[in-house]
Design a protein around this ligand. Sequence first.
Ligand code: HEM
Length: 125
Amino acid sequence: TRPGTMFEAIGGFDSIDRLVTAFYKRVGEHPELTPIFPDDLTETARKQRLFLTQFFGGPMIYSEERGNPMLRRRHLPFKITPTRKDAWLECMEKALVEAEIEEPYRSVIVEKLTMTANHMMNTLE
Ligand code: HEM
């Protein structure tokens, strides 16, 4: 693990794992989000663990498996409205608390993910 990264600061793989588990539990129960996600979120969560590990400065394991993230392009098949963007971020903010990602890291992560989530919007309500 590279020192000085967000990945290291929050506790590495174990913390990403807790965060992603807490996040998809909420996604799977959110009425705005369930229509666009698969019923079985196992594989979605696995890819998100790979992605967030690398996004937070850990090993580049998402790109080793999936190549360039091109996240906006990968999200184009799904109607991502402002309401769905807010729902995604709400699930993530609650998951950060449940996974006990402490301040100041939690707020920095929310800011970074908010920018990425804004970039994913592709459809008006
Ligand atoms: C995949 C929705 C934002 C990272 C997906 C999928 C959906 C989705 C429906 C496909 C799931 C599947 O078929 O397994 C959304 C919505 C967002 C959002 C509604 C609201 C803005 C984000 C953000 C990130 C992200 C902010 C990154 C921080 C990913 C990744 C995948 C994914 C890594 C898997 C891509 C792959 O196939 O390799 N998302 N997403 N998403 N999303 Fe999002």
